[in-house]
Design a protein around this ligand. Structure first.
Ligand SMILES: C[S@@+](CC[C@H](N)C(=O)[O-])C[C@H]1O[C@@H](n2cnc3c(N)ncnc32)[C@H](O)[C@@H]1O
Length: 219
């Protein structure tokens, strides 16, 4: 991805070093003590909703796909602009039939669908705002889902979220750095962009994050 692309900063931090530290640090103490999401809650969306063939946008280390319960050999497409992410996750997920696609979810998706499920898990808060721009990611995913397909995921909320003092410090720091661009992301605006592309949307909040499931993709 070009440095002057508005989405560049949201994916630039995922170096091989950060990817090695990601599970023990980001999915451990940061999820638990900063965003207040119990570790046991994290893989639930994957276990409940993932189906083959699955599209995973922004797979990170591949932790959740690995723990989703998908049987060996299941077809999974991972899509990310960052080649370090694609390499790391592909290595981890060797027991699955993985197709790695280097692409930006905000642009038309160069993938072979349709998919039975798709995840935008901890990705929307990394995309450049405003929400109207992030809506493109949701509609791009909706357009490659089967009519009975499901989109699921979660995102850290912006200023309006139910944050602790510590969470607000992290939010400010990550936004200043550009790794997050989500200060104006609210539950309401997230629901709106999901409802623009899906007939049915379910959302709930845990600590600082919103968890969502969307079905009946609109064409
Ligand atoms: C916070 S990590 C989440 C990783 C994983 N889904 C999880 O829940 O642990 C954000 C992921 O989104 C990817 N990402 C950031 N911007 C993106 C974009 N424009 N298109 C697709 N993926 C993007 C990053 O490279 C990274 O893999």
């Amino acid at each position: 991805m070009e440095r002057d692309d508005p989405a560049y900063k949201g994916q630039a931090d995922y170096t091989p070093l950060l990817l090695r530290l990601y599970d023990p640090l980001v999915l451990g103490p940061i999820a638990r003590f900063v965003w207040r999401v119990p570790t046991s809650e994290l893989p639930k969306g994957y276990r409940e909703h993932i189906r083959e063939p699955h599209l995973d946008v922004g797979p990170g280390t591949g932790y959740f796909i690995d723990r989703s319960g998908l049987p060996d050999g299941s077809r999974v497409t991972i899509l990310d602009p960052n080649p370090n992410v694609l390499r790391h996750a592909s290595r981890r997920l060797q027991r699955l039939d993985v197709t790695a696609v280097q692409a930006d979810v905000l642009k038309p998706l160069p993938v072979k669908g349709p998919f039975a499920s798709a995840a935008l898990h901890a990705v929307l808060h990394c995309l450049p705002g405003p929400m109207e721009r992030k809506a493109k990611a949701v509609s791009n995913v909706a357009s490659v889902l089967q009519p009975d397909g499901v989109l699921f995921g979660m995102s850290v909320l912006g200023k309006s979220g139910n944050h602790t003092w510590l969470a607000r410090r992290f939010l400010q720091t990550f936004n200043r750095r550009g790794a997050f661009d989500n200060l104006d992301d609210s539950e309401q605006s997230l629901r709106e962009i999901l409802e623009a592309s899906f007939g049915q949307v379910q959302m709930s909040t845990i600590g600082s994050i919103a968890v969502f499931t969307a079905t009946n993709p609109r064409r």
